[in-house]
Design a protein around this ligand. Sequence first.
Ligand code: ATP
Ligand code: MG
Length: 437
Amino acid sequence: MTDRPVAVKTASPPLVAVKGMNDLLPDAAERWEWVEGVMRGVLARWGYRNLRTPIVEPTQLFVRGLGEVTDIVEKEMYTFVDELNGESLTLRPEGTASCVRAVIENNLLFDGGKRLWYAGPMFRHERPQKGRYRQFHQVGVEALGFAGPDLDVEHLLMTARLWRLLGLDQVVRLELNSLGGPESRARHRQKLIEYFESHRDALDEDAQRRLYSNPLRILDTKNSALQALVEGAPRLTDDLDEDARAHFAAVCQGLDDAGIAYRLNPRLVRGLDYYNHTVFEWVTDRLGAQGTVCAGGRYDGLIAQLGGKPAPACGFAMGVERLLALMAELGRTAEAEAPHAYIVNVGEAAARHAWRVAERFRDAGLEVVLHGGGGSFKSQMKKADASLAGFAVIIGDDEAASGEVSLKALRGEVQQARLTVQAAIDMVSGEREAAGG
Ligand code: ATP
Ligand code: MG
């Protein structure tokens, strides 16, 4: 067998991915898997269990769940009609609504609170820029059926631990606020309307439209021209009732006890309607305008709002792209994944021996790449080197005839020896253990 070029006729220009939606190539995917592995480790240690929901949901779930007058529902959803049955469907823009729907639909709270997590792609039709994409990924955590404030603190402890494990603890900081309960929200809403009415001319189009339907959202504007106005707006924290004050004080106390630093930010309201009481964001100065890497809070009303038996809940979501961008910015790299061995084989008899050898290595728990596509020893050895494998397992006519292999160490002191297959497996396994993996 030789390497031979394959002729392809191109009739039209190649297709490209949808704007704002990215391929994750193997080098990047490896870093993702490492980060996700660290997260999974933390989640398992805290007793959280995985939940996987569909990527497409009935549009009403998000309209009812997130609030009609929110950025996401007003202008960022991928909504379409399923032509086959006329149903309005939406690609999920976030994970909490789906999680709550699944919990209600499957009656998961029948025997008490549940700690859950999910991970996967989310879709929002935003203007693509660094750190902002139309398909992006979140790892989300939800604790449903718990009134807190212990669970609010648990989530902040978990995230703080994650930043330490990912080496990000020096560059992210915690911003915290309380949105209180329904009564204080209603009082504050009235004050906000009066305040913004008196500055009507300064409002942009979005704010004008939201003045009566959802004035709280004006505080969450990304329009820098409105910042001074927002800065002067009445603060929710001044309106908190007794319960909300006590809840928030207990959250702050928990953080103080755990030694987690935070900044109270009375302007932090989050972009979705379902939040109440505690809201928080972990932010960094190292990613420009897209500096929020993790955000969440309490949403005690959402389960009832989506038709479930009333139960409190809280949670948060991390933006995986932003966390990886932050790690890249700091020069943190995951260890390159390399196979333990690369199997070089030249000739027909060698090829038939080689796949059996590869299977025996895999039986022993080793990761091996079996060279494909033929070629000379020399060209195959180049591929073995490029694979970063620790060893090349070399099989030619002689090895095939004796049922053995030649093993060549590719790193450190380069050595080669003819061995039985088992001896080669023992040698590669021994190196793996010495290297700690
Ligand atoms: P922003 O204010 O940046 O638009 P958001 O409040 O809309 O964020 P959430 O809905 O709270 O974001 O999502 C949680 C996290 O998901 C964000 O903190 C961020 O890290 C990430 N995220 C949100 N939207 C995007 C996006 N379009 N592209 C990449 N990551 C995103
Ligand atoms: Mg947004």
